[in-house]
Each structure stands twice: as structure tokens, then as C-alpha cells.
Design a protein around this ligand. Sequence first.
Ligand code: CTP
Length: 466
Amino acid sequence: MASLTVRQLDEKIKKQLRLRAARNGRSVEDEVRTILRGAASEGNTFDSLPPTEERRSLDSAREAATRRILLIIGGGIAAYKSLDLIRRLKERGAGVRCILTKAAEEFVTPLSAGAITGERVFTDLFDPQSEFDVGHIRLARECDLVVVAPATADLMAKMSGGHANDLATAVLLATDKKILLAPAMNPRMWGNAATRRNVAQLAADGAVLVGPNEGEMAERGEQGVGRMAEPLEIVAAIEGLLARPAAGRPLAGKRVIVTSGPTHEPIDPVRYIANRSSGKQGHAIAAAAAAAGADVTLVSGPVALPDPSGVAVVKVETAQEMLKAVEAALPADAAVFAAAVADWRVGEPKAQKIKKGGKTPPLTLTENPDILATIAGRKTKRPKLVVGFAAETERVIENARDKLRGKGCDWIVANDVSPSTGILGGDRNTVHLVSASGVDSWPPQSKDQVAKTLVARIAAALGQAR
Ligand code: CTP
């Protein structure tokens, strides 16, 4: 094959290349590779993929095609699946550079990873040759995404503590790119309080997780949550993270209704029954849906929050008003009921302020309409996807399952709102997505991140329902 160096190109092209490389934060050599890879993949179609491969999204495959992934393989039995992951990424035209931890070398060799990536594999922080050639800082920066698969308990513990005593951890600490973690470990290690803390910290630091899944472990007789996500699931997560802004509006053309905040149920003109909901989660969902391109109507009870930008906000006080406003906003593709609707209202609120001094007034309560159940049960104009929340203080999953069935919705986002969690009014949330197909527990994260993840799930579900 003929060889060509950048030096042989004419000055004008070199200048354009330098500018382009600087804009994209790559070296000139990498920019050339990216351009060539892009050109070579122009003729790529899914016909060249295995026939069993789902023909999911040509666009997202093209997105990944010009991107560079830095794959850090940790030391776990799932490391063998990472070789398949490399192959899947290469099929899609992505460039893959690989770092193996010392422990990973017990499971896969630099030779096998190098043969599949077609590139040199990096293993040692103190190897003078690789420091001279590339250096750990360039490794950390010359990529579009860092993927850690398998992300072992030990590697995640080091990451959450900011360690940098080997090449993998030094690169993870030095990178300015998004990090995707595909955890894999024994279920007891995954459930251990130390791992829970580390995962929560990493999610708070902005890392994104894919998996782990539930199933059988490599160790005989072990079963539970801890299996690394399958390579194609990791590829899907990578494609999602690499989607460029145009493709990052997966809800364009969709209508979404969100309810948020508490309701106030009047006792008299100055008093009311309320609850502690701040509306932060519902408002964050409305904002995330709008950012994803949806046409959003937010029906909000009284909150002390600014209106999210790009969202039509309908302000209401009571549950009855909220139901009316939601019905008026139909039809919609998806509806998310995040409001903490008062279950009861005062049967006959007084027209004048109740004065003390006389008999203590009895409060007769009447049950409010269940907005979620009403909309989920509609024969006409039922949104394709109806999502409820379940704020619980005990038996979180069981209660959520009951609500899923009882209210006829498609998903329940369940959370523990016991006072000790600080979720009500706080900025963070720990949720479980409960649907007919199972329970997906997300690590503790900011309410904004919960909103983004939920919106991505909604977009995926609506995309499949198309
Ligand atoms: N919900 C609703 N209308 C109501 C009550 C609740 O739309 N009148 C919705 C909430 O927005 C949420 C879901 O139903 O999406 C569950 O709300 P939650 O308060 O957790 O449950 P409740 O049905 O009120 O039951 P309980 O208070 O007994 O747990």
C-alpha cells in the first residue's frame, strides 16, 4: 500500500488540516485518520453488517463512524466481551484505542486487543516508549469518549477516590471527555455499601453507566445484578453519548405533557392543604424533554421555581384544575405525572376565613380525581406512553408495582421519599424504573440527570413504537 505523510501535503491543505484538528481537539495525524475513516465509511451500509444485526439507526452508526473511543479494559472475567465490543465498534467505523490494566492482562492480552483494534495497546504508565510516543495526557484527550468495560469494583473505587497510580487511573483522572462505565462484578460486590457509595460518587461526577444486568455469573451458582452489559448494549450507549446536536433532539415532533409540584387544596380563602413537593424533578423533566426537541406542556402546581425555557407552562392550584389542564393539553405522545397531587380536598371550602374562638371546625375530606389513572384509562387520546411516579416511604418496589397495575400506566418511576433521604425538596434522587418488563434501579444522581435519563428512555420507547 502506498504511504503518504502529512509533510508531503501542500501548505494550503496542511493549514486547513491544522485548523480543523485544533477545532476538534485532535492531533493533525488523528484528524487525517478521522477524515479517511469518514470517507471510507461513506459507502458503508448496514448490508455489510451481520444479517442478525438489528438495523437500528444508520444515523447513529454514522455518528460513531468518525469518532475515537478510548477503551479501558479492567481486570474481570467479562474482559473477553470487550474484545467483541471492539469488533462491534470497528464494524461501525469508530477508531478504538485500548488501555489494559495490569489485572486485565490476566484475562486478555495486549496482543489480542491490538490485533482487533489494529493499533498499539497501552498498559504501562511508566513505559518510556509509550510516554514518548503518545503520553498519558494525549491518550486521555485524543478521543471523543472514554469507555471503561469491564469497570471493576476496584477500578471504580480508585476512580471515585481520584487515584492515579497506573495508566488507566491516570488517564481517567486526566481526561476532559465523558466517561461511560460498564460495571461487571459479583452481585455481592455490586450490592456492597462501598461500591454503592463509589458508584453514586461517579454518577455525581458525571460518569454515565450502562448496566450491570441481572443474570448468571461466571462463578458457579452465583446469580444477581452484576453481569456486564452486552457489547451491543454498550455500543448503543456509546452511540447515544456521541450523538451530535442535530441527532440529539430525539423528541423532535413529539408532544409531551408533564405535571409537577404539589397541589393546594383550599380550606378557606387563606388556608390550604399542601405537601412538601418542590417541583424540581417535574420541572427538570419538562426542561429535558424540551431540550430533546419535544413540544412540552408543563402543568404545574404552586412552586418557587422559574418556568423552564422553551416550555408552555400552565399554572394551577388544585388537583381538579390540574386534571382539567392536562385533558386540555391532549393529545400527546407521552405524559409524565411527576406532581404530588393531594389525595383529598376539603369537601366544602369556606368562602370566608374561618375564625377561631368558636367550635374547632371539622374538615370533611373528599377524594380527588386520580389524574394519572384517568389519563392512562382513556379510551381516546391516551398518550402512547404514560409514566407515573411513586413517592414511597416503605416497600418502594412493591408499592410501585401495585401502582403500575392499579393505575394502568406503562412505567412507574419509584423513589424513596423518607425524610432521611432528603429527596423531597432536595436536588438529588434515587429512582427505580418499574415497568411490566422488570425493575431498573438507577444510581443516586441529580434530579437533572434523572430527568435526562428518563427523557432518553422515553425517546427510545417512542422511537420503537413508531
Ligand atoms: N397521581 C395523580 N393524581 C392523584 C394522585 C396521584 O395523578 N390524585 C399520580 C402522581 O402524579 C404520581 C402517581 O399518581 O405519578 C402516584 O402518586 P403517589 O402520591 O405516589 O400515590 P397515590 O396514588 O397518591 O397513592 P398513595 O398516596 O396512597 O401512595
